[in-house]
Design a protein around this ligand. Structure first.
Ligand code: GDP
Ligand code: ZN
Length: 337
């Protein structure tokens, strides 16, 4: 007992020290001293397109889409790519005065295991799969559940449709059918031949999107197809200005036909870091009507008598693949990472 108390107390102390440190750092960063308030322009709405060090790059929502490096007041907390803000132009820097409430947040843990928001206001997560590397239901379902839980609409993009051969054809068709049946948007495309790409551009055009999926499925190729080269220059810009590497910072790009892409290695790996068992279950969309109807309140849904999910599985209302995925995800939540 006493050991545990000590541990908690230690944890509390460490947390307090870290908090004080971060407050000190915030104060050091406070830009007020170098801001000439009398030279600031009127308040206007903007969009955070990337951040580097203590600055954010804000794009005006006015016609010209002008971009300006801005400080932000320390009481605003952390600003992330995709944030809508109120800002004022200034020289050499503008200043962000306020952040609008976020519609959605895409999170991942930092190296210390604390959850960190990496992008805000993402509407659609495009889960990219391909005939190779071979797609796995459990990975798709991980992304689907993570997106559902973050209030982001997921869609399944099957890339390399030019490379579907006899070996994989049936599996791809089954996947298409399963996820369409659940109400998800499913689309075949090829970044190589251009097949389906106009339709994809159409699907994205009114939204802020992210591409997620395992390495090698073609996320970079799809991005290159959809974005004019000029868009890819922001990274260089921020690097030049700060001397920092910016590869881990999410950046926002505009598709020429409308809509935006937020991209970074962290965004692409977005996952289920922070979920409880109940959250996972609730975000398997077809499980929802059955939850709370098991005979035992603490049902683990692993073959107990009177399990409503088991019944739905037997009745064909839940597919075997999705049930397997769910079990795998729940197991991974329990096992130490
Ligand atoms: P990422 O790791 O998800 O960003 O994947 P990449 O965009 O780097 O693509 C991985 C490999 O798949 C590269 O060799 C691409 O040329 C190839 N590739 C991408 N899209 C297609 C496609 O539509 N058809 C075919 N056949 N190959 C593709
Ligand atoms: Zn059950």
């Amino acid at each position: 007992m006493s050991k545990r108390k000590l541990t908690r107390r230690q944890a509390w102390r460490i947390q307090k020290i870290q908090q004080e440190r971060s407050e000190r750092a915030q104060r050091r960063r406070e830009p007020a001293a170098e801001l000439d308030e009398s030279n600031l322009g009127p308040e206007q709405e903007g969009l955070v397109v990337t951040h580097f060090g203590t600055l954010v790059l804000v794009e005006s929502l006015a016609e010209q889409h002008e971009r300006k490096r801005c400080h932000f007041r320390s009481n605003l907390g952390s600003l992330v790519t995709g944030d809508r803000v109120v800002w004022r132009d200034g020289s050499p820097y503008g200043v962000v005065e306020a952040v609008m409430p976020r519609r959605s947040e895409l999170c991942r843990p930092d190296p210390y295991g604390d959850l960190k928001t990496v992008a805000a206001n993402v509407d659609r997560a495009l889960i990219v799969v391909a005939p190779y590397p071979e797609p796995h239901y459990s990975l798709i379902d991980r992304y689907l559940v993570a997106a559902e839980a973050s209030d982001i609409t997921p869609a399944l993009i099957i890339n390399k449709c030019d490379a579907v051969d006899d070996r994989i054809r049936d599996k791809i068709e089954q996947m298409e059918q399963l996820y369409r049946g659940l109400g998800y948007h499913v689309q075949r495309v090829s970044a190589s031949t251009g097949e389906g790409m106009r339709e994809l551009a159409d699907y994205l055009k009114d939204f802020t999107c992210v591409f997620v999926g395992q390495s090698g499925v073609g996320k970079s190729s799809l991005t290159n197809w959809l974005l004019p080269q000029a868009e890819l220059r922001i990274g260089e810009l921020s690097e030049r200005q700060t001397g920092n590497h910016t590869t881990t910072n999410a950046e926002l790009f505009h598709f020429p036909g409308g809509g935006q892409l937020i991209d970074s290695p962290g965004v692409r790996e977005f996952g289920l870091w922070h979920m409880s068992q109940d959250q996972v279950l609730e975000n398997f969309v077809e499980f929802r009507p059955h939850l709370g109807h098991c005979k035992f309140r603490d049902c683990a849904h692993r073959g107990e008598p009177g399990c409503a999910l088991q019944k739905a599985l037997e009745a064909g209302e839940i597919s075997r693949q999705r049930m397997n995925s769910c079990e795998q995800i729940l197991d991974s939540l329990h096992s130490p990472r």
